[in-house]
Design a protein around this ligand. Sequence first.
Ligand code: ADP
Ligand code: MG
Length: 259
Amino acid sequence: MVAASEIRADPVRVSIRDLEKRFSQDVVALRGIDLDVEEGEFVSLVGPSGCGKSTLLRLVAGLDHPTSGKVARPGIDDVPGSVGFVFQDAHLLPWRTARRNVELLLEIQNIPGEERRRRAQEALARVGLEGFEDAYPRQLSGGMKMRVSLARTLVLDPQLFLLDEPFGALDEITREKLNDDFLELTRSSGLTTLFVTHSVTEAVYLSTRVVVISDRPGTVVDEIPVPFTERHRGLRNTPEFVKTCAVVSETLYRGMGER
Ligand code: ADP
Ligand code: MG
């Protein structure tokens, strides 16, 4: 007989079953959502505005509760700090430097000063911000502020990374650069990532799988596997990339009832 402790850990990091979220009699945000995310996957959620993407992410984070159905995070449910959440706005404290912003959550956990400083510096280096530790938010560009926001979450060593349209407000070039750096970062650390975006191109470029959500009440229209193993600047112009984007777009229209 095999002891429970010897059985290999379940590779599923997020498991959603028949999930419904209702805000009122009239507002059913999500219905019948089934979704699994495996360890190390990068899954994007795309769908029309108001279809419940942010709601779904909040439910996965445990920031809100489902009306019915289940959300589980096998293996990490009871591990503090294992879920990292990044919002569209960087939400930095203007009176704190980049490093002190990244240290914030470590302070709340009473981590000693020396260790805080070291970990914040490491996290800033991981997002390409060496040399900007002492800059204040007003001295940083939009892309750099978002990098600080990523560092602030990474410093806690999350195993599951949830991001709600983090690069949506950035110009295209900044966004593409951040996409590449972010990919490198998530792949090199084996992070499991659930990423909300309204950009089909961004979803296809970043993900191992794209999940398309329908108009409200949001439900999964289809999941599209992304076939590429390598990412590079020219990929977006290849016929296979364009074709994958077209499949995602078609699925989006299908989820909007071709309205
Ligand atoms: P998305 O992120 O896809 O744009 P949201 O998850 O923000 O969509 O919202 C889905 C639907 O649920 C919208 O119709 C929104 O108005 C509604 N909603 C979201 N949060 C609340 C809330 N706290 N109370 C009432 N309705 C809400
Ligand atoms: Mg949203």
